[in-house]
Design a protein around this ligand. Sequence first.
Ligand code: SF4
Length: 476
Amino acid sequence: MQFDNRSRRSKILRDVNEIKASNSYTFTSVGESNLCMYELAPKEEITLHDFEDIASHRLKALRKIEELKLRHEKGTYDDFLASMTKELNPMFEPCILHKTTKDEDRNRIRRNDVIGHFALRLAFCRSSEDTKWFVTHEIELFRYRFQNETKSAIMNFFKDNMFDAEMVSQSEKEMKVEELAASYGLSPDQVRSTDIWEMDALDAVELVRKRKVFLRMGKVYLPYTSLITIIVQRLRSIINGAMARGNRYMGLIEEHDRLLPRLERLCKGGYGGKEYSATDGHTISRHQIDSASSKFFPLCMSSCHSHIRKNHHLKHGARRQYGLFLKAIGLSLEEALAFFREEFTQRIDSDKFDKQYGYNIRHMYGKEGKRQDYPAFSCASIILNNTPAHDDCHGCPYKHLAEDDLKSRLSGSKMKNENIAEIITLSKMNQFDKACTLQWELRHGQEPGSLQSTIVHPNQYYELAKEVIGVVKLGV
Ligand code: SF4
């Protein structure tokens, strides 16, 4: 086994040296098109700070795409595209590369596009769930950018990426108009006004296999929608293949102190602080949760708690967010099972609870599946991942609640109106951590700005609250 690792390591070293020695790759030599298939990794050396910075920027864009997809789940694709243009373009320069005219800016954006993609590939290749998430949102990003390209830019893209595709001339289209119309369920007039692309059938094997394409003499003739399907299929297979290789080699990267913690942080949504998975000897029973919630819980967790007490149910996202938080404040597995069972069985029978939810709770405690000791979610992870739908109770209230709902949630804690207004202003400025910190200070009778740290984790909020109020006095 050791021998195997050694030979793999020397192969990586050989590859690295080959890449460094090759003069064929620079950011300006990958072609003139705005898009690329990310087949060649960048060979340029960059600082770790830039690496992390560029990767976090791209990650924010992918999270935004996730958020917009969820928001438009039941809407039309056109509405989704309109939101992408409105919200993604201003925050992510590669989306406006096709409008960028200065060479200097174009090269910088293209460079960051490639570095960001490869950095995240590395960060997300370590588990199949992460890989799946990354590939899904990268493909959505590519699809969006592709449809903003002009025809001449698409031709450039084909040339740079060796797609043998050409747009069919009007006269040739006229000769095949009937067959094309029948193949794609279009009227002859629609075919005349649509761009049709000709491609080698070997590049469209999947569509040929599914008989979804007009094929003649080794060539396929495709409208735009089918064309993008083929390109996206090839891109997906390139990324998946590279990430599977990355996963195999990850164990051999000797970067335990520098690169690996950064990749870890990227995956966790930018949180690099203390992990809360088990308690330092403190325990809490299920009978103490009501009292603890009213005194020590941040708004995100007291919302989940009120919801389960009122509705006797929590959906998956909230169960995980709240369940892992409870585990990290010292609720044992037995107590957690009893707590959720007592609530859920007010609506379903005990057998159903065991079958549907018992496994899930044991899984959080590392007793099922991969048997991993899952840590509680940080604020970054709650804010960036798994955006709640309108009927969900998880998420961060400062980020995910509408202003009126947040106001009424804060009013419940007997806070003065001017303080509530201040917290809401911070939330509106996307300073969720500061809003939460200010709420913590006011709730615990502290001067604004007196807490020496910013709240970045719900369990940190809980610990600080316990410290300031005193455990003994409250009996929790
Ligand atoms: S900032 Fe963090 S601790 Fe505060 S409510 Fe949001 S997720 Fe919870």
